[in-house]
Ligand binder design. Structure first.
Ligand code: TRP
Ligand code: ZN
Length: 469
């Protein structure tokens, strides 16, 4: 563009260059930034997430007045620009933004739907060049929203009898903090929650500190390993919290709503056993901390594999604990590239349940496979291609997803080689992202087999084959 030419010429003249640079926007050094994309084109949620940057760390400081249903938050987001940025978006739904700064300078704020657009001050534009790391601070407050998903389930911020629980699959994290709300952008977190004294705030990771002063208690949770936004949680209420350390050095935090604590004790005591059993099959546990959060039935309509510490609406059975804990490997450490890859989460987590039953309850995996094969619900659509966003949590993603894993086990023949393949997968993508194409290529590479027919029948096939063979 013409108006940039004088800047380049002036570069030969330091004095003139300085004059021009201080009055121009987007021209410093001859580089002009452009706005980051407002969505990441996910096949099911095209507007989720944002382009132009990668978040490396979220520091969330939340002040929650549970009875009044109000939240006050400060989100400090450290991100690396992946293009020269003139502006960028965060995802945030509801709430009021009081102020935003980028690199310490006030940024212009615009909101439209769940898109929060920040236009940094021209003075800091050089800090948003491709490859540079910049810091954004958003101050916000209000009553966080409950989001209704395409499949009608409720997520986001859910009120409970004496507090709240935040659950975020697939979109709900933007109800309580601004961010890059897509599984492809993982980051470490510090989540600090201040609540009235007497209430507990449980979140992901390790409890770094807990301090009571005056009438409030502040809980600081630290998540060192990368986490997708949909796995972030905070549960506020009256909880029985217990901590211990496994023989392998994994920190265990369990929290059960006092009303269900007695009924939860037995299953919660089995958390270390389940983690160990799964680590033997899937590879080393990927995080420094584990545990579980048990709320009251009805607080949420489902369990969720929130990172480190799955959430259960009431005391879970062992099978459900096994399922949610398996997600720590499949989903939380190896995270789907997009919401189309959900079967990689649910297929493996369901298969973990089948294997647990085989091992502990003498119910062979083949029996579960046979039943799944006969179940018409599993044949509604191919697990790797749900027809709509409302279908990503439906039967084929779970049941036929697990059947795909079993067919791979059969194709490999030897169990030692099968578990080596599974461990190799969790190792290859540990703390990262992976797609269905990554998985099928990996399995073919590792086995040295052309499995086109297996994928076409079990993963992509629209109808039940004549036989299981
Ligand atoms: N992932 C959860 C589980 O397997 C279930 C679930 C809750 C879910 N909300 C969802 C799946 C939204 C897909 C989309 O236990
Ligand atoms: Zn699951």
């Amino acid at each position: 563009m013409d108006h940039r030419t004088p800047v380049r010429r002036a570069a030969r003249n330091a004095v003139l260059a300085l004059l021009v640079l201080t009055t121009s926007t987007g021209c410093a050094g001859g580089v002009e930034g452009t706005p980051g994309a407002a969505g990441l084109h996910d096949p099911y949620f095209p507007k989720l997430g944002n382009g132009g940057y990668d978040v490396t760390h979220y520091d969330l400081a939340l002040d929650v007045d549970a009875p009044a249903r109000r939240l006050r938050g400060t989100a400090t987001i450290t991100a690396r620009a992946t293009q020269d940025l003139s502006a960028f978006n965060l995802d945030l739904v509801g709430l009021t933004v009081q102020s935003a700064t980028v690199e310490g300078r006030p940024a212009a704020v615009n909101r439209a739907g769940h898109e929060l657009t920040l236009r940094p001050d021209a003075d800091v534009e050089s800090h948003l060049r491709k490859g540079r790391t910049f810091r954004t601070v958003v101050r916000y407050s209000g009553t966080p929203q409950t989001i209704t998903d395409p499949d009608k389930s409720k997520e986001g911020w859910l009120r409970t009898a004496d507090g709240a629980v935040a659950l975020g699959e697939p979109t709900g994290s933007m109800a309580w903090f601004p961010g890059n709300n897509h599984p492809s952008d993982k980051a470490s977190y510090d989540i600090t929650v201040t609540v009235a004294k007497g209430l507990t705030a449980v979140s992901n990771g390790e409890l770094a500190s807990r301090a009571t002063s005056g009438g409030t208690t502040t809980y600081h949770w630290h998540v060192a390993e990368p986490m997708a936004s949909y796995l972030a949680t905070v549960a506020i209420g009256r909880f029985d919290m217990k901590s211990s350390t496994t023989p392998d050095g994994i920190k265990v935090f369990t929290a059960a709503d006092t009303k269900v604590a007695a009924d939860s004790a037995r299953v919660l005591a089995r958390v270390p056993e389940v983690v160990k059993w799964e680590a033997e099959r899937f590879g080393p546990y990927p995080f420094s901390a584990t545990g579980a959060i048990v709320g009251r039935s009805g607080d949420a309509g489902y369990a969720l594999e929130t990172q480190n510490r799955p959430y259960f609406p009431g005391p879970p059975g062992t099978g459900l604990l096994v399922h949610e804990m398996a997600h720590q490997w499949f989903g939380n450490s190896v995270t789907p590239e997009s919401w189309r890859d959900m079967w990689l989460n649910e297929g493996f987590a369901t298969y973990a349940e089948w294997m647990w039953e085989a091992d502990k309850e003498n119910n062979p995996v083949q029996g579960r496979f046979d039943a799944a094969f006969e179940d018409d619900d599993n044949w509604a659509f191919p697990p790797a291609d749900p027809p709509t966003a409302a279908d990503i949590s439906q039967a084929p993603v779970y049941g036929r997803g697990a059947m795909v894993i079993h067919k791979i086990r059969q194709a490999v023949h030897d169990d030692k080689r099968f578990f080596a393949l599974v461990k190799g997968w969790t190792r290859a993508h540990r703390h990262g992202n992976a797609s269905t194409a990554d998985f099928t290529a990996y399995v073919e590479r590792t086995t040295g087999k052309d499995l086109t027919k297996l994928w076409n029948t079990w993963l992509y096939g629209r109808s039940r084959p004549a036989s299981e063979g």
